[in-house]
Design a protein around this ligand. Structure first.
Ligand code: CFM
Length: 473
């Protein structure tokens, strides 16, 4: 094997971590048979390792099901499981109901002893009476209700007959799988089985697409949806940013699936291809080249190539002066990205387009294909880490001294305490970051982080920070 490995001091007592950390060597990243990345991923975390991973319930409810804007989102479990229902992931929607209420069956000790099915049924009926405008109910299973064997599916069936609306039960108990990634899978499969194809409207859908794997984080959709529409395609369903449950029912009518987050949502594209022959393309909706390519590949499917070129030219003309300005300010900066998975590879090229270099890329729950894509994009010498723990993150920041750390709320204050400029890649500092116009926001947030005058006050990690100029743009 031609790959160098990197040893972190913090792992002297945790030798299992060695196979999760690697450096891109001169020969690339593949195994002898050329099939997959050598870095170990999507496997159970070693007990004692301070992982930052989430559970299957988190991946199903928080990521795939949660953004659906007009259903009652009900956790079947103890109230603690529902505590962080909203507020940590800004998957926005144009609905007053969305992310406003928290519904939970509030399982207590006696429910655990005697079973929670009756209570669950009562909760569904009560919630749907309280909120008659809701278009359905999503129920998420948790560890405790799965362990006692509550038959949520059966309850959902009974409830559906009583309330006359879709009631969908997700088998997403937290202990399944090794990370939140399993929850994405459960979310995809359940929505596919229970909803997709359950309505079959007539009409011309020959130019309709579904955007798969975008969750409208801080209104990302507003940056790219108008561009697809300007080319002459119609967006039928979003999976699942700003989507209505009724739109999920008809998504099989679309002519093409355009898949952005290829970790959390490829499953449904694969299932639709198998059952409905719906073709799909993989795209990245971040960055100049990738966003252009996404429009071109979509257009090619419908014979709209000329329209795509017009839209791209027009949009690039709007943003390039700003991008040039930021490129000059950001040139040569070294970045460490740590995201759930795809954004760690989505952004390597975007950062390069802004003149920056990714020196390390880590993911919480990436699979082989995510690391394959990181390897294709990162330059030689780039470090890759799977499911990093906090001591590892600190050591990378301390030893590699990146100019910028892009990560989430869990890492933000670690970075600040260590004097490392930080941008939130999960919830965004400002946002949106997708599309062409979003890239300008991203660049501006990076510039603000890097050039904040606060770094001049640091005693331990001296920086010279010129005056912030981004307001001039
Ligand atoms: Fe897909 Fe996401 Fe991500 Fe994800 Fe996420 Fe996210 Fe992420 Mo935070 S669906 S895998 S589970 S692109 S919430 S919008 S930013 S970890 S890299």
């Amino acid at each position: 094997m031609s790959i160098d490995s990197i040893e972190l001091k913090c792992n002297e007592t945790l030798p299992d971590r060695a196979i999760h950390i690697a450096v891109k060597g001169p020969e690339g990243c593949q195994r002898g048979d050329g099939s997959s990345c050598f870095i170990a991923s999507n496997v159970a975390t070693t007990p004692g390792d301070m992982t930052e991973r989430g559970c299957t319930y988190a991946g199903c409810r928080g990521v795939v099901g949660g953004p659906v804007k007009d259903v009652i989102q009900l956790t079947h479990g103890p109230i603690g499981c529902a505590f962080f229902s909203w507020g940590y992931r800004p998957h926005l929607a144009d609905s007053d109901f969305h992310m406003k209420y928290t519904f939970v069956s509030d399982m207590n000790e006696s429910n655990i002893v005697f079973g929670g099915e009756k209570k669950l049924l009562q909760c569904i009926i009560e919630a749907s009476q309280e909120f008659p405008d809701a278009k359905g109910v999503f129920i998420y299973n948790t560890c405790s209700t799965a362990l006692i064997g509550d038959d949520g599916k059966d309850v959902a069936k009974e409830a559906m007959e009583i309330i006359g609306k879709p009631v969908v039960f997700f088998d997403c108990e937290g202990f399944r799988g090794v990370s939140q990634s399993q929850g994405h899978h459960v979310g995809n499969e359940t929505i596919f089985k229970e909803l997709v194809g359950s309505e079959d409207p007539e009409g011309d859908f020959s130019r309709s697409i579904n955007i798969i794997g975008d969750y409208n984080i801080k209104n990302d959709t507003r940056t790219f949806e108008p561009l697809f529409e300007a080319m002459g395609v119609n967006i039928l369903t979003r999976f699942t940013g700003n989507v209505s449950v009724n739109e999920l029912k008809i998504m099989h009518k679309a002519a093409l699936n355009v898949v952005h987050c290829q970790r959390s949502a490829t499953y449904i594209a694969d299932m639709m291809q198998a059952k409905y022959n719906t073709p799909y393309i993989n795209v990245t909706l971040f960055g100049l080249e990738a966003m252009s390519q996404a429009l071109r590949d979509t257009a090619a499917h419908f014979g709209l190539e000329d329209r795509a070129e017009q839209v791209i030219e027009q949009e690039l003309a709007k943003i390039m002066p700003k991008i040039e300005y930021f490129r000059e300010r950001l040139q040569g900066k070294r970045v460490f990205i740590y995201q759930g998975a795809p954004r760690a590879w989505h952004w390597i090229e975007l950062l390069r387009e802004l003149g920056m270099e990714t020196i390390a890329a880590a993911t919480t729950f990436g699979h082989d294909d995510d690391y394959q894509k990181i390897f294709e994009r990162i330059q030689e010498g780039g470090i890759m880490i799977d499911n990093p723990n906090v001591p590892e993150l600190e050591e990378i920041l301390h030893v590699q001294k990146p100019d910028l750390f892009i990560s989430g709320n869990k890492e933000k204050y670690v970075a600040y305490k260590m004097g490392v400029p930080f941008v939130n890649g999960h919830t965004y500092d400002t946002g949106p970051y997708a599309g062409f116009s979003g890239m300008v926001n991203f660049a501006r947030d990076i510039e603000r982080a890097l050039y904040s005058p606060v770094w001049n006050l640091l005693k331990t990690r001296a920086r010279s920070a010129p005056v912030l100029q981004s307001q001039a743009v």
